[in-house]
Design a protein around this ligand. Structure first.
Ligand code: NAD
Ligand code: GLY
Length: 355
């Protein structure tokens, strides 16, 4: 078990991430004071007993599982339940679940009485390697992904591989989407992925690479907590197109759209002469190891129009895309929206031609 600390402007100082097997048994029972748990229906079915054994008789708010719950109505219901159960500013909200639970519970904690404590206990691979760390909280709003949110650091994040044992294979793939993103940003993670490409679902590999991804993210967040200097933008590699597709097509989940977004944006990077050769091929192969078939959407160009709402854009007429450049290095490309949509459409056509 190892700790990673991020010195932040909130969380009353440091945000501490406890990582590794045994972290839950060690740290969850130590969370002091009045607690309010937010979880989802699947996680509650699997871990309701553990929640009760660990945290005792405290209020538990159970969201219907899935992205559809990450909305204003659910946020309002969580805040209402917090009020009715007498949560105070010195209470701690515990987000026990995947990224959806973490994002909405974190936002509720940031708003309630101008801020109560928040501890993240991520139970999906995606939430462990990415969403639970760094204090970004949000709901989707008016058809725009993560449009309403706040930066609000958890005082603690408890990352225990124990929870991965009940994750369906599809959810492991979603987490691997974000892990491959880190691979495109960090030479060490890229090397680990390349060495383990024949068994990316191996639990020992996942435990080690989770620590590496969190360490990478912690450095970036410490440098650019509020996403202003450009350092944190890199963590959005593949996400411009991923988010646009996610809200248009809805059928798949965030991690799958990150993989699809990275594939389409790699096409843009190659076409713009920013990335190429063996490195581009190897990233493409890694993505396809996790998601065998990259969809060749016939209306990809229309779906890509949603990228005009991306938070990285300075204006809606230009789309910002973060792409891999070479090992351990990424670049930002700013494209006129029409050109961006055209390239996304061309990538879809190429995918269709190649079967
Ligand atoms: P999710 O929270 O919907 O969880 C995926 C599925 O796994 C759900 O059905 C859930 O019930 C189930 N599940 C959770 N833990 C389980 C377990 N241990 N065993 C079995 N099933 C389990 O989705 P996610 O992929 O965890 O997170 C995606 C969300 O995270 C998106 O809304 C995305 O925008 C957000 N996100 C936020 C950040 C950030 O920095 N805040 C970063 C990346 C992604
Ligand atoms: N997942 C992107 C970020 O935390 O900035």
């Amino acid at each position: 078990m190892q700790d990673i600390e991020i010195l932040t402007s909130s969380a009353g100082g440091n945000s501490v991430i406890h990582c590794g097997a045994g972290a839950f048994d060690e740290y969850a029972p130590q969370i002091a004071g009045k607690k309010f748990i937010v979880t989802d229906s699947n996680v509650y079915r699997l871990y309701g007993k553990l929640i009760a054994q660990t945290f005792g008789d405290c209020p538990v708010f159970v969201l219907p599982a899935g992205e559809k719950s990450k909305n204003y109505n659910s946020l309002k219901n969580i805040l209402k339940a917090m009020t009715e159960s007498g949560v105070t500013r010195s209470s701690t909200v515990i987000a026990f679940g995947g990224g959806v639970v973490g994002d909405i519970a974190g936002l509720a904690a940031s708003l309630y009485m101008r801020g109560t404590g928040i501890v993240q206990i991520p139970t999906t691979l995606l939430a462990q390697v990415d969403s639970s760390v760094g204090g970004k909280t949000a709901i989707d709003f008016c058809g725009v992904k993560n449009a309403v949110g706040a930066f609000y650091q958890p005082s603690q994040v408890i990352v225990d591989p124990l929870f991965l044992r009940t994750l369906p294979a599809r959810e492991l793939r979603c987490g691997l989407g974000e892990i491959i993103k880190y691979g495109a940003l960090d030479c060490g993670i890229y090397a680990a992925l390349s060495q383990n490409q024949h068994d990316l679902s191996d639990y020992a590999f996942l435990e080690n690479v989770t620590f590496d991804c969190i360490s990478h993210k912690a450095k970036v967040v410490a440098e650019d907590e509020r996403d202003v200097s450009g350092a944190r933008k890199t963590l959005n590699l593949g996400h411009t197109t991923g988010h646009a597709f996610e809200l248009y097509y809805k059928r798949k989940s965030h991690g799958e759209f990150v993989l699809i977004g990275m594939y389409y944006e790699l096409y843009i990077a190659v076409r713009c002469g920013i990335c190429g050769g063996h490195y581009a091929e190897s990233l493409r192969a890694l993505i396809k190891k996790v998601l065998k078939k990259i969809p060749s959407y016939s209306d990809a160009q229309s779906a890509a129009a949603g990228a005009k709402y991306d938070k990285k854009n300075e204006e809606q007429s230009t789309v910002s895309v973060i792409v891999p450049k070479r090992e351990g290095e990424s670049a930002e490309i700013k494209l006129p929206i029409a050109e961006y949509m055209q390239m996304i459409g061309d990538c879809a056509k190429e995918l269709k031609q190649n079967g």
